[in-house]
Design a protein around this ligand. Sequence first.
Ligand code: F6P
Length: 327
Amino acid sequence: MAKKVTKIGVMTSGGDSPGMNACIRAVVRTGIYHKLEVFGITRGYSGLIDNDIHKMESRSVANIIQRGGTILKTARCKEFLTPEGRKKAYNNLKKLGIDGLVIIGGDGSFKGAQVFSNEFNIPCIGIPGTIDKDIAGTDFTIGFDTAVNTAIEAIDKIRDTADAHDRLFIVEVMGRDSGYIALHSGIGTGAEHILIPERKTDIEAIITSLQEKEKRKKLVNIVIVAEGDDYGGGTDLANLIKERIPNFDIRVAILGHIQRGGSPTSIDRLIASRMGYSAVECLIEGKTNLMVGIMNNKMHFTPLDKAVKAKQKISDEWLKIVKILAT
Ligand code: F6P
């Protein structure tokens, strides 16, 4: 029989994502509802090691559901990769009597949670918070929907000016290893081409298609490229196209970190609230080493190691849709 949790810690770790605050709020208030003491850990695993841990009350999370970023701040922590770092972190938790952790972050954060939980027998529940949507076992990750909507708003504006000047725009969106933001924002804005890390970029096919468009005087084109595409980023692509099709008037827009900020969409607020609530329920039920996700609109629980190893698969049908719709 699992030991009953009485004090839990919550942290955000890795790259921030819009909706993390809504999730912190849900964890804190669900914990307090169940008469648990809840502690906020500042700057993820770094705060755990540095003992930057503070008791939270219901009012600590007032007026944050609509805010981007994370009130707990976040970090990527190298020291937690070492056994010494993890031991320091454990000692701090032990001093405070914290006996369960909720980690809101991406796959790197989950790897840390898994090792830590196995070493010190601390129940850990992960919640997928990343704009990249690169974690298996959930249809959504917190922040993805907001990031896609931010990208769509920007690309719509870019299309206005592209149209006014008859220009080809290369728009680089985030996604070091993941093409989901590129794919969703590209389909949503009617992009002519979408380049993603999960598929080898056939640069000759893109050049041929653009040459064909140039012949029929279709000069306004939007090409979306994920930053981690195998061919390179937006600038590399623009240079090559300029060389091969000099008649195109080309501009590059790199959307960058605006995709990580801003007020979360309704979807992100909702999934963050549901996942935060469910993570606390998991700890109370004695579960550990799980990631809380949502699949087919139902809560779905995946062992942390599986969530980390398996990536989401890009649908070939979606890529076919891009080709058919952008002529
Ligand atoms: O993992 C989220 C993400 O936004 C990636 O899409 C991007 O490559 C990376 O973080 C950027 O990280 P940083 O903020 O450290 O530059």
